[in-house]
Design a protein around this ligand. Structure first.
Ligand SMILES: CC(C)(COP(=O)(O)OP(=O)(O)OC[C@H]1O[C@@H](n2cnc3c(N)ncnc32)[C@H](O)[C@@H]1OP(=O)(O)O)[C@@H](O)C(=O)NCCC(=O)NCCS
Length: 321
């Protein structure tokens, strides 16, 4: 018999949840230790929890949900993953209704989720549509085997930028003792993050500095691929960071973000940031990069010209309640 239970943060639950996620994932592998770290680093000022679906004593599915920050405090973001053998209307309803009862407590008025355009997600996607969710954003997803990139071709661009006064540094390896490094880096990333296209009805919000630093330190200690910063006359003008899940997929880096300040765009800085990051990752034995961007973001032109290949899109769905 199917039933819902609360999440109790046990080791068995973390490993069972990773097992279920991996039955659904189409091109990534989850490791329970990564989920555990992420869980312990969460911002406890915001509602974040999960409900587990059981068939007798076995976990067969889960819904992960969290409240948005500041202007998004009445918005819920969630992911529902169910063992394909138990992916029934009854399972989806049990999980969704359990979450819905909890988020009503903070007067949630919008619910968001993302699925991939891949058959593993079809049942959940059809469920969303039947529940009145609307498709609000399409994101291109890409993968690139980085050894195939002709890095030499981009050296004249990097030289040209150097003559213009733009240099590139690895944040963890070369900038740790620069004055106010993390303040400046956080200010830079917050500035360009506000230009990332996101669905109507969701706002960009700034993570409090203390929380951002906690996440940055964890990234540097456990997941560091590389983080490259473009600097001109001491000013941080662009950056990119990529993380590696060393326990599950040590040869693959996931792009977290990339951006350039408005006054410095269309000079090739984003392209150069990618090349500098790829050089570092190749030195570390990384062979593949994954990245994504909203379908109209000009970033896709840069990715295509570097040789990134399209993999299944991700699709954002939203419901107002
Ligand atoms: C997207 C972004 C990173 C591009 O940075 P950039 O330094 O201007 O990019 P580059 O100069 O390397 O651009 C290389 C090529 O990409 C294409 N491109 C870049 N920006 C473009 C734009 N706004 N419109 C059309 N094409 C564009 C062009 O083909 C350009 O070559 P060209 O200038 O010779 O025509 C920058 O606009 C930005 O920071 N945006 C906000 C943050 C963001 O959306 N990041 C991407 C999230 S995944």
């Amino acid at each position: 018999m199917l039933k819902i239970r609360k999440f109790k943060e046990t080791d068995l639950e973390f490993s069972e949840l990773a097992r279920i996620d991996n039955l659904v994932n189409h091109d990534s592998i989850d490791h329970p230790d990564d989920d555990k770290r992420d869980w312990y680093l969460r911002d406890k000022n915001l509602v974040r929890d999960r409900f587990l679906l059981y068939d007798n004593e076995s976990i067969v599915g889960a819904i992960y949900y969290n409240q948005g920050r500041k202007e998004n405090c009445r918005t819920t973001f969630f992911t529902m993953n169910i063992d394909p053998k138990f992916n029934l209307e009854e399972s989806r309803l049990l999980l969704y209704n359990a979450m819905k009862r909890e988020v009503d407590k903070f007067h949630c008025n919008k619910i968001y989720t993302s699925v991939y355009e891949h058959s593993n997600y079809d049942l959940v996607r059809n469920f969303l549509i039947s529940k009145g969710f609307k498709h609000v954003q399409t994101n291109r997803e890409y993968s690139c085997k980085i050894k195939n990139i002709d890095l030499k071709k981009y050296q004249p661009l990097i030289k040209k930028l150097k003559l213009f006064g733009v240099d590139f540094y690895d944040s963890k390896e070369e900038m740790q003792d620069w004055p106010n490094h993390y303040k400046k880096l956080e200010e830079l990333t917050w500035t360009y993050h506000q230009d990332f296209p996101i669905p109507n009805g969701v706002k960009h919000t700034r993570t409090p500095f203390q929380q951002a630093i906690k996440i940055q330190k964890d990234f540097e200690k456990n997941y560091y691929g590389t983080e490259i910063v473009a600097v001109k006359d001491g000013k941080y003008i662009g950056s990119t960071d990529l993380e590696v899940y060393y326990k599950s997929e040590p040869h693959k880096a996931w792009t977290n973000g990339l951006g350039v300040l408005k006054d410095y765009r269309r000079k090739g800085i984003a392209t150069a940031l990618k090349i500098k990051a790829i050089e570092k990752l190749i030195e570390k034995g990384i062979t593949e990069i994954r990245t994504d961007n909203e379908e109209n973001n000009p970033m896709y032109k840069i990715n295509l010209s570097l040789g990134f290949e399209a993999v299944p899109f991700s699709l954002d769905y939203m419901k107002e309640i």
